[in-house]
Every structure is written in C-alpha cells, then in structure tokens.
Ligand binder design. Structure first.
Ligand code: ZN
Length: 356
C-alpha cells in the first residue's frame, strides 16, 4: 500500500506486469532458445502496422497499430543476432517450400499502407538493408473508403462524448478521462467492425455530420500516396501486396463482395504500380474475420500467399493461404518477440486453418 496524505490507497496492479516478469525470466534463462530449436519452425513472418518517432506522445486508440523506430531497430538487431536472415516474402516462401534446411529466415510485413511507412520505415529499411512487404488497402489511398478507426480516434480526442447510431439504437461513449477514452475507443471500434458494411457506412455519415469529422480526409492523410509507393517499389526493397479495397471483415460477406474486395485491390495496385501484386493479407486476420471459405477464396483469386494476423512461427504444415504471422506493436519488447519466435505458445495448437 502506498500513502498519499492521510489517505491509503491500493497500488494499481498492472495486469501486464506479471506477464513481462515471466517473459524476462524465460529469456534470461535461455528458455526461448531451447524452445525455438523444437518449435521455432523454418522462419517467421512479422506483422506490424505504423511506425512513430521514439518518444512520440500522440494518443492512439489502438496502440498495437504502431511501434517506434527504436523498437523496430531492436527487433531487426535481435533477429540478426539470433541467426535469422531478413528476406523478402517471396524468398521466405521459396525457402519454406524447399526441402533444404538453411538458416532461419524472418520477413517484415506492414498492414494497411500507413504514410509513416514511407516517412520513417523506408529510410530505416534502406539504412539497414532490410526488405519488407506492405499490404495496402487501396480504398484508403484512393479516398473511396476511410480507415474509420482513425476518425473515431479524432472524435474521441475532440469531444467528451460520442454517440453512435447503429441499427436504430444510440450507443453512447464517454471520453472524459484517458481510461474512459481508451475503453470507449475499444468498444466503439468493436461495434463498428462487426456491423454490416452498409450499417457502418450510415453510422459513419452520422458521426461525420454531428461531430464535424471528415473520415476520408483523416484517413488519406495517414496513408501512403501512389507516388510514395512507386518510389519504394522502384527501390527493390519494398514489395506491395493487397489488403482489400475497404478493409471489411471478409468472413460472412457475400462471396461476390469478398471476391471483388480481393481482386479489385490487386488490380488497382498492379495498375498504379505497374508490377504484380502476388500476396494478400486478410483485414483483421483473426479467426473471427477469416474462415475456411475466405481462405479458399483467396487461393481461388490466384494469390501466391494470404496472411493471417496470428499463428506464430512458420512451421511445416502451414498453408500458404493461411500464412501464420507474429504480431508486433504497442509496448511489445524484444523479450515478447523472443517468446513469440520460440513457438512456445503455438507449439501444441494445430496450424491455423489448414484446408488443403
Ligand atoms: Zn489491416
């Protein structure tokens, strides 16, 4: 207990503290290296999103969507120190298919197409000679569809409350203090993510009108331009993959709509960048967003690979169209990375969505 004046108040318990102590201990004892020998697979595909300067203090509704330059540099150094070769996605998949066992490989992938991928990531990749794949939601760049969660972030930053009208119900969210704002962002995002596209679009229009928020402008400002993508693609260091047009939950969408989302985003990328877009990442990429039908559709659309947002290291038996990835973002440290690379957590689960 700590005392403050005459009052005695409990020390708040950080639920992440226990986990991080366990991770630090596991890494200090070398348990992750032992586990990696058994369950670390052939390599790993990391999933990241945006990048920010060290010490940036902007509020992010979903902190997992960003990591700092310092943390990403530490990730790259850790991978290299542990003997991973940093390769492009094409090379990673070639190595994965080859019966010859070589050094472990790691591949960096970034979802959504954030502008900081050009401003901050690209210089870092060049400096460290590391290739990467960026999965682009083409409608964000074109302004046809907004990365609406950033509009929700803006509304909760600028207003003490947010009312969302969904299916004739008003959902009220408070942003009166930082904890309430975090929780409101989380709840409002879940609600909107799970709404049908038309219902969500109507709710966003209502928010735009009532709170004077321009979702498309906010979104476009945060996302890459075609010019930036062309420059990065020409360097040979960055490859672009598709991530749909509007970033919907594909699971449960009418099949024709899901197919259109996949094919149109690929066609748009190929037209605008003048090179093939062979790879795809499922929006959200979790079991609630991707089922066997969606996986079959991605294969049917002719993508060479389609990536999930979970699943751990790339072990034999993994399907190219349910490609497991290791997420990294927010407060994740290199200890978290080491534990995830070890495959400890995923060793005893069957590979995700294997439907050959
Ligand atoms: Zn995404």
């Amino acid at each position: 207990m700590k005392t403050k004046g005459n009052m005695t108040e409990p020390i708040p318990i950080d639920p992440a503290a226990g986990r991080s102590v366990w991770r630090r201990a596991a890494v200090a004892l070398g348990a992750d290296r032992w586990a990696r020998r058994l369950w670390g697979g052939r390599g790993a595909i990391l999933m990241l999103h945006g990048l920010k300067e060290d010490g940036a203090a902007d509020w992010q509704g979903n902190p997992g969507l960003g990591t700092t330059i310092g943390r990403l540099t530490a990730v790259i150094e850790t991978l290299r120190a542990e003997g991973y070769e940093l390769v492009s996605l094409d090379t990673a998949l070639e190595r994965f298919a080859s019966p010859k066992l070589g050094a472990r490989f790691a591949c960096l992938t970034f979802d959504d197409g954030y502008r900081d991928n050009y401003e901050l990531l690209y210089p870092l990749l060049r400096r460290l000679s590391v290739p990467a794949t960026i999965y682009v939601t083409t409608g964000f760049t074109d302004g046809w569809a907004p990365a609406w969660w950033h509009g929700i972030e803006a509304a909760l930053s600028q207003h003490p409350t947010l009312d969302v009208e969904l299916s004739r119900r008003t959902h009220s969210f408070a942003a009166t203090d930082p904890a309430a704002r975090d929780s409101s962002f989380h709840q409002a995002s879940a609600l909107l993510r799970n709404a049908k596209p038309f219902t969500r679009a109507r709710a966003l229009t209502q928010i735009e009108r009532e709170y004077n928020i321009d979702f498309s402008a906010i979104s476009q400002e945060k996302m890459l331009t075609w010019e930036m993508m062309r420059e990065m693609a020409a360097s040979g260091l960055v490859e672009f993959g598709a991530h749909t047009v509007t970033h919907p939950v594909l699971r449960g969408l009418p099949q024709a709509d899901a197919r259109r989302e996949m094919l149109w985003s690929r066609q748009r990328l190929e037209t605008m960048l003048g090179r093939p877009a062979r790879h795809f990442a499922y929006p959200y990429g979790d079991p609630a967003a991707v089922d066997a039908e969606v996986v079959a559709l991605a294969r049917d659309c002719g993508f060479a690979s389609a990536a999930l947002a979970y699943g751990g290291p790339l072990r034999s038996g993994a399907s190219l169209h349910a490609l497991p990835r290791i997420p990294f973002g927010g407060d994740d440290s290199t200890d978290d990375l080491r534990v995830r690379l070890s495959g400890l957590k995923t060793a005893f689960s069957t590979p995700p969505l294997v439907y050959h």
